[in-house]
Unconditional design. Structure first.
Length: 300
């Protein structure tokens, strides 16, 4: 008996990479899965239904249940139709894995408007649009007296936690997703829904040139950067065993899972009156007594 028997799930961007591994594992744990993927290029151009069809086929071949959705998650109507598809087919939605994403890395001075808009739209709006329609579904069920056990698992990135140069669009979207995870967790807890985020590391077409040789699989050795290593955390978070895990962000790859901790005060100036700019300058060493005033480290 799998950990997700009787559950229904949506995985966005499940035609390839991390989303595909997540959809396959959720299905093997017993969930019925809607495999969503628009089939875009890494930069978000074009459409191709074949990768999503392949994931659906592979789930069915392995004895699972899956349906295809080739809609764009960053369209409000597309997100509404995707949630409706799960409810129409199986009567309810239990698990939403927001994973779909694109990449247009450029330094801020080289980035054009569409690079900014498209990356923010697919990641940030795509995550929110699906979460919105799933939240409407769960709130309606809870208000009708049903006991709901809903799960949203978002996909953030260390680029959004630590800030990687060349990723102003992507990092801003991912930082937004990390913050939205906590916000939605606070909003939806009362309806029986948890909202968590993962920041994965995996060898996919999105990262193969970024990680280079470091992420290559070597014969006979544990393939730490395989996307399949990310999926078990998502399946756990989707399960009843994680009902008390909410608003968390995990970094996950290989055999490592870290729970991350967000902004904390790290230095303080405090008195019962306002500071002048010159006084702040004069007290800089007190404010930065325990940490550097330069850029925080990028710990990738
Ligand atoms: N690979 C990593 O190391 C890594 C690190 C941090 C975060 N992530 C995040 O993980 C997620 C999955 O990335 P991946 O590495 O598997 O990349 P990938 O390019 O292999 O997969 C992304 C999938 O999303 C789909 N997609 C794009 N736009 C869509 C849209 N509007 N609607 C529906 N589907 C859409 C694509 O067609 C593609 O199949 C992304 O959100 C990415 O930002 C990945």
């Amino acid at each position: 008996m799998g950990m997700l028997e009787g559950k229904t799930a949506i995985v966005s961007g499940a035609g390839r990479g991390i989303g595909r591994a997540e959809a396959l594992l959720l299905a093997s744990e017993g969930a019925k899965v809607i495999v969503n993927d628009v089939g875009a290029s890494r930069a978000g151009e074009g459409k191709d239904v074949h990768p999503a069809e392949q994931t659906v086929q592979d789930i069915i071949t392995a004895g699972g249940e899956a349906l295809l959705n080739s809609g764009d998650v960053s369209s409000w109507a597309g997100a509404e139709a995707l949630v409706a598809q799960a409810v129409d087919a199986w009567g309810k939605l239990d698990i939403l894995v927001n994973n779909a994403g694109i990449l247009r890395d450029k330094m801020s001075f080289n980035m054009d408007e569409s690079d900014w808009d498209d990356v923010i739209r697919v990641h940030l709006k795509g995550h929110f649009a699906l979460s919105h329609f799933a939240a409407v579904h769960w709130r309606n069920r809870a208000k009708a007296g049903e006991e709901v056990s809903g799960r949203i698992i978002n996909t953030a990135s260390e680029a959004g936690l630590f800030g990687n140069a060349g990723q102003a669009n992507y990092g801003a979207a991912k930082a937004g997703i990390a913050a939205m995870t906590i916000i939605l967790g606070r909003e939806l807890e009362r309806y029986g829904v948890t909202v968590n985020a993962i920041s994965p590391r995996a060898r996919t077409r999105m990262t193969e040139d970024l990680f280079g040789d470091m992420a290559k699989a070597e014969a006979g050795k544990f393939d730490a950067f395989a996307p399949e290593n990310v999926a078990p955390l998502v399946a756990f978070l989707a399960s009843e065993e994680a009902a008390d895990v909410n608003g968390q962000n995990f970094v996950v790859y290989g055999g490592s899972v870290w729970v991350m901790q967000g902004w904390q005060p790290a230095g303080e100036l405090k008195r019962d009156s306002a500071w002048t700019p010159k006084e702040l300058a004069d007290n800089k060493s007190t404010l930065f007594a325990t940490r550097s005033s330069g850029l925080p480290p990028f710990t990738f």
